[in-house]
Design a protein around this ligand. Structure first.
Ligand code: NAI
Length: 434
């Protein structure tokens, strides 16, 4: 019923700048560029109408143009209200992609943007593939447009939190199509979540606050993949890092990695920075805020803002909120200032530009392979969550070696026999944990 809007971005005149950054990113994304080369004749995504909902950054632009180079039609929204890079969105719109994304939108605009991606072109052809990050697009389709599900071949999901939602759907019997868990490819979660955050966590604090990190006491809540990268990020900057965990294995890992492991209650009063990485809810609560020291920096690098009790902060201390600059707010709680970044939303994409291209190339090469597999072989899968096979995981890694000058040792036939693998891989059994 509503009129067709071909795209909506903040400022289309940013397209040239965006295009120049995209060209630089392409040189850092060998996995995606080699898929373009490998599949340019075969066009495996021909006929696919992929609706994507994933941070509209420069790196994502290279993903979008890879999907298009493989034959797909693509529409796009961002999976976070603060994560769009407006020059990237402008470059996509300028090249004719239906992108609906701009930095700093309202929640209503966020929903509107996702909704626009469901129907393609003037004749409103419905999507037939989903590429999601966090599950908001999936939920929009399955909860509000369930009639579209039958026409969708499958979905691929980028992040831990979205994958968690998918497994819940399987348990409840509400997943009506096959899904590929991209997050748990080794070349995704053990690289993007970890080495990505190792670079982008401190980047976010620096761009937002310019505060000195060396010598500061930083508390990292959670020591999963994102927590490991985040803790390493601050350690590398010379901060004194404490970790909190609920899982004894991860707590022991943190301790063995040389971090103090304490409860948040024990260290919160002495922390200069507190950052949540858990993918869980209600990590920083009222009594923590009330115990914090003056000028503490509080932020979250997990997918959703409910890791921090923003509702309590806004309800009880919202009248003290003073915006220093976009995504940097000062609150006053009982006489002490609290610097809250990105309104509690993921800080590396809210206050900085997310992970570097090279690591995102690993994630997005997995995404592209997942889209090809589900588009071409959907019928071979049931309505469940699947992983890409290990040989593809190894292929993704392999495609990134030459760029950084890695010499891979070749396994001899007799050696392969001795350790029980084939010389061309897979090189590890399924249960191996890396
Ligand atoms: P994970 O499951 O590997 O790690 C989460 C850790 O938090 C676990 O070790 C868990 O035991 C711990 N935890 C849970 N509740 C806790 C509590 N109450 N206190 C202390 N620790 C607690 O998940 P992963 O992959 O590290 O992802 C975490 C979040 O980050 C997810 O929401 C994910 O979607 C998001 N993510 C964000 C990225 C970014 O660029 N900002 C990149 C990748 C993932």
């Amino acid at each position: 019923t509503a009129t067709y809007v071909p795209f909506k971005v903040k400022d289309i005149s940013l397209a040239d700048w965006g295009r120049k950054e995209i060209h630089l990113a392409e040189a850092e994304m060998p996995g995606l560029m080699s898929l373009r080369e490998e599949y340019k004749n075969e066009q495996p995504l021909k006929g696919a109408r992929i609706a994507g909902c994933l941070h509209m950054t420069i790196q994502t632009a290279v993903l979008i143009e890879t999907l298009q180079a493989l034959g797909a039609e693509v529409t796009w929204s961002s999976c976070n209200i603060f994560s769009t890079q407006d020059q990237a969105a402008a470059a996509m719109a300028d090249a004719g992609t239906s992108v609906y994304a701009w930095k700093d939108m309202t929640e209503e605009e966020f929903d509107w943007c996702i909704e626009q991606t469901l129907f393609f072109g003037e004749d409103k052809q419905p999507l037939n593939m989903i590429l999601d990050d966090g599950g908001d697009l999936t939920n929009m389709v399955l909860d509000r447009y369930p009639e579209l599900a039958a026409g969708i071949n499958g979905l691929s999901e980028e992040t831990t939190t979205g994958v968690h939602r998918l497994y819940e759907r399987v348990k409840n019997g509400t997943l009506p199509m096959p899904a590929i868990n991209v997050n748990d490819s080794v070349t995704k979660s053990k690289f993007d979540n970890k080495y990505g955050c190792k670079e982008s966590a401190v980047d976010a604090i620096r761009r937002a606050t310019d505060t000195m990190l060396a010598g500061k006491r930083v508390t990292v809540c959670g020591y999963g993949d994102v927590g490991k990268g985040t803790a390493a990020s601050f350690k590398g900057a010379g901060s004194i890092v404490t970790v909190t965990e609920i899982d004894p294995i991860c707590a022991l890992q943190a301790a063995m990695d040389g971090f103090e492991v304490k409860r948040l209650e024990t260290v919160v009063a002495n922390s200069d920075i507190v950052i949540t990485t858990t993918g869980n809810k209600d990590i920083i609560q009222a009594h923590h805020f009330e115990a914090m020291k003056d000028k503490v920096i509080v932020c979250n690098i997990g997918h959703f803002d409910n890791e921090i009790d923003m509702a309590w902060l806004n309800k009880n201390h919202g009248h003290t909120k003073d915006t220093i600059k976009p995504q940097v707010d000062k609150y006053n709680v009982n006489g002490k200032d609290i610097i809250l970044l990105a309104e509690g939303r993921l800080v590396n994409l809210g206050c900085a530009t997310g992970h570097p291209s090279f690591v995102m190339s690993n994630s997005f090469t997995n995404q592209t392979l997942a889209q090809i597999e589900l588009w071409k072989n959907s019928a071979a899968y049931g309505n469940d969550v699947f992983m890409l096979p290990k040989h593809l995981d190894e292929k993704v890694a392999f495609l990134h070696l030459a760029k950084i000058g890695v010499e891979l040792t070749e396994l001899r036939v007799d050696q392969a026999e001795y350790i029980g693998v084939t010389p061309k891989g897979p090189f590890k059994p399924e249960h191996y944990r890396y």
